[in-house]
Design a protein around this ligand. Structure first.
Ligand code: GDP
Ligand code: ZN
Length: 461
């Protein structure tokens, strides 16, 4: 396939950050040559692939120097888009980078649409669809671990698994064909039935395994929605401040992706917590916190994890007990704060109300018990089922939806096989599962779906 040459600023600018104007396409190098002045009249079209060159960007209409730059030249096909790629690294600010982009655009390039670089990589066969989507996730990844998931997906782990399952279905379908073509062989039919059941069951199990990782994957990507609740004055604001200040706001820092500093996310030992309703807690006291239990009910509903704070220095109140009632069925950690003060709470009663959930004692004033709390959060998240490391997490909601549909198709196939339904009916279900799995890696998608997906990208990716 051949496309026009596109360009965009590919790194968002922070203070002192280097910004890149990236070009991709057949004309990328010749367009860059029109505005680049290298040392000793060097021309980019003559340089070897994958080399970097110092020089200046000049406006050829008036010979004015726009920017001092390093230019990388990467020739097709060993590039991200499989096209010629030029990256102009500018260290100046917003103004000069924009000037460079404008120059590139007036000299033959077109402004890239959001995600268009990645779309090209896909269309040129460099990456498959799930890998392309992983790039979106990478841009949005909230912690190192989340980034790791996105990266391994990009490396094609999920794709590999999906390909394997599709291949299994395909081979099974081929066997079925044999049976339809040669119905006179009795033993072939016998075997087909047995084999069908075996293979379909295997595929269902594998899809289920992938789906089991989905919940964790989603949380890694989107953050564990966490609410801090408790009576006024127990230490909610102190806890919030501690979590925010002890755990650096989350920063994504890999080349070519957005540097994301998001205040309401904190990274607790690899678990991204999305602290919800923090405004209510920060909004110092009284008016908001008076609403108490009623507001807590709403916050609890929206949360994946509740941090319920009690006061070590006061007997349990009826309100405390009501709060326990609101967290029924929710992942909760109970925090008994102010252990530096004399004990007035009955810990046995607290343990009883906690009903097996972790109870952590803290003195936020003296910064005690915080490690234990963080440990409890990490344990809750990582030891239940999925270990970090070599698992393929499914974290993209489109993939999850497709896996669910594929699983349903497989289950229908299994029901049909078990009921000795004519084999060509089974074939329809299996084919459908095969197609649905194919949509995850983009083998059976339509152009419109592709466009829709790529439009979610940030500009310049
Ligand atoms: P909130 O109303 O639940 O948000 O509670 P705050 O975090 O605003 O804390 C209420 C008061 O308790 C403040 O004066 C805090 O300094 C104090 N406080 C918080 N944690 C502790 C603690 O561990 N020990 C003691 N002695 N005081 C604390
Ligand atoms: Zn408060």
């Amino acid at each position: 396939m051949e496309f026009d040459t596109i360009a965009a600023i590919s790194t968002p600018m922070g203070e002192g950050a280097i910004a890149i104007v990236r070009l991709s396409g057949k004309e990328a190098i010749s367009i860059a040559d029109r505005i680049f002045r290298g040392v000793g009249g060097k021309r980019l079209k003559d340089v070897p692939s994958h080399t970097i060159h110092y020089g200046h960007i000049i406006d050829p209409t008036n010979d004015q120097t726009i920017e001092e730059v390093m230019v990388s030249v990467m020739k097709a096909p060993k590039t991200f888009t499989r096209e010629d790629v030029v990256e102009i690294n500018c260290h100046g600010g917003l103004v000069s980078v924009n000037q460079v982009l404008q120059l590139v655009l007036t000299h033959g390039a077109r402004l890239a649409e959001p995600g268009e670089f990645t779309k090209r990589a896909f269309l040129n066969g460099r990456i498959d669809l799930s890998q392309a989507e992983a790039v979106i996730d990478l841009i949005r990844a909230k912690t190192d671990r989340a980034m790791h998931v996105a990266l391994s997906q990009m490396e094609g782990r999920l794709s590999k698994m999906i390909r394997h399952l599709r291949q299994t279905i395909l081979e099974t379908l081929a066997h079925v064909e044999v049976n339809i073509d040669y119905p006179e062989y009795d033993d072939v039919e016998e075997m087909t039935h047995q084999l069908l059941l075996e293979k379909a069951t295997y595929v269902r199990e594998q899809i289920e395994r992938l789906l089991q990782t989905a919940q964790q994957g989603k949380i890694l990507r989107e953050g564990l929605a966490t609410a801090i609740i408790g009576r006024p004055n127990v230490g909610k604001s102190s806890l919030l401040n501690n979590l925010v200040h002890e755990n650096k706001a989350i920063v994504t820092d890999i080349p070519g992706t957005t540097r994301d500093v998001i205040e309401e996310y904190v990274n607790v030992r690899g678990v991204p917590l999305k602290l919800i309703d923090t405004a209510g807690i920060r909004e110092t006291e009284d008016i908001v916190e008076r609403i108490g239990v009623e507001r807590s009910k709403q916050v609890v509903k929206a949360a994946d994890l509740i941090l319920l704070v009690l006061n070590y220095n006061e007997p349990l109140t009826e309100e405390d007990e009501q709060l326990f009632a609101t967290v029924e069925g929710k992942e909760t950690i109970v925090i008994v704060n102010k252990t530096d003060l004399p004990q007035k709470i009955e810990m046995e009663r607290v343990q009883g109300l906690a009903a097996g959930r972790p109870v952590i004692t803290t003195s936020l004033l003296e910064e005690k018990g915080i490690d234990e709390l963080e440990e409890a959060i990490a344990r809750l998240f990582f030891t239940r089922g999925v270990e970090a490391g070599d698992l393929t997490y499914v974290s993209n909601s489109r993939h999850i939806a497709l896996l669910h549909q594929a699983k349903q198709a497989i289950e229908e196939a299994i029901t049909a096989i078990e009921a000795f339904v004519p084999i060509d009916i089974v074939q329809i279900d299996l084919t459908r599962a095969w197609e649905l799995l194919g949509e995850i890696i983009g083998d059976t998608v339509h152009e419109s779906l592709i466009d829709q997906l790529f439009s979610q990208f940030c500009l310049g990716k």
